[in-house]
Design a protein around this ligand. Sequence first.
Ligand SMILES: Cc1ncc(COP(=O)(O)O)c(C=O)c1O
Length: 444
Amino acid sequence: MTHVFHRHLRQTYPVAASARGITIRDAEGRDYLDASGGAAVSCLGHGHPDVIAAMHAQIDQLAYAHTSFFTSDVAEQLADHLVGSAPAGMDHVYFVSGGSEAVEAALKMARQYFVEIGQPQRTQFIARRQSYHGNTLGALAVGGNEWRRAPFAPILVPATHVAPCYPYREQRADETPEAYGLRLAAELEDAILAQGADRVIAFVAETVGGATAGVLVAVPGYFKAVREVCDRYGVLLILDEVMCGMGRTGTLHACEQEGVVPDLITVAKGLGGGYQPIGAVLAQGKIVDAMSQGSGFFQHGHTYLGHPVACAAALAVQQVIVRDGLLAQVRARGDTLAQLLHTAFDAHPHVGDIRGRGLFWGVELVQSRDDKTPFDPARRLHAVIKRAAMAEGLLVYPMGGTVDGRHGDHVLLAPPYISSEAELAQIVQRLGHAIDSAIAATAA
Ligand SMILES: Cc1ncc(COP(=O)(O)O)c(C=O)c1O
């Protein structure tokens, strides 16, 4: 009998006992290839000696000091490192302990910015359907995934949702990708005007839609058009890169490939690579200036902000990424993974779409490729694939509700940046077996 309040209360979990490289071993000695880094977390794999050494050294020197009394050398160094590689104008970093906390902080920063500059009438957020921004109430409110929101909807702050950029299903046959992107930007503009041109705080979007959408890469020009619409109405652009950022797509920030600079970026997962819980908000100077010249502080805070051991782990992870040229490696291995997925699944009768960038890939499953009909949600294909993959010794991150929060299944892959070509080949081979056996097992 367990006393841990587990995520699922009728499920028994294997015990993770040890991990090295891209493999996790359970207490019964079974090995699993970690092809999703948990939920796109373990970017350097497991047991990286440089990160572990940095954490040991930090614990010996200073494990904790509350940020209302002190700063720490390691938090200052990490902030310097992140600002040095951030998009133009992002000159401050607010450290938190995970992705949801980063999103909450960004939402409050955006709101307080407008209070500071004398626009307190701005109270509305706009985000996208099928997005995931975290499970705390503010993050859940802007998130656009219906089944996650439903039980809590009556207690969420209101937010408006526009369409995601989902070309596989929503780009019209007579539309170019560019025209589709402009249509979506026009929908955002209409949503802003419907709220009142001066009433919207921010548009919140994952630069590459991750967990709930199954890796949606924007069409060319979409984010540029979105940035222009935001600028036209003084609306801030918050890009949530908790999953797709910190190198996952082959550039440190996913927005670099979209040619836009947001006002706030949230990061987490790959920031600390799972070695410690850490997230951060990167903020444009104008937002910090408004607070420093106004009330003088950001009305927020948590006990573990800027935790020294978490900062030491993240600094080490980020230094390894630079030292070992891992962004270039993500791009190269990403090409390999794309090829492997296309070779394995282009002719598969139930793989409707293969999409991604860098080492961040989604495979969308369909009952019928011809009309893109999803599987009956009652089959819970995604959950069966997860179990079948574990039986194959493979960890992937499947999810249901890809299409509309209820219908649709996808499998998300986010292998560590250090994965070898041979490991990627093994991952795709095992995934093929898992998909086929799950479809057979759930057939009526
Ligand atoms: C884009 C995005 N934002 C926010 C979060 C929430 O992060 P956390 O689970 O660390 O609170 C996630 C987690 O999957 C995410 O993918």
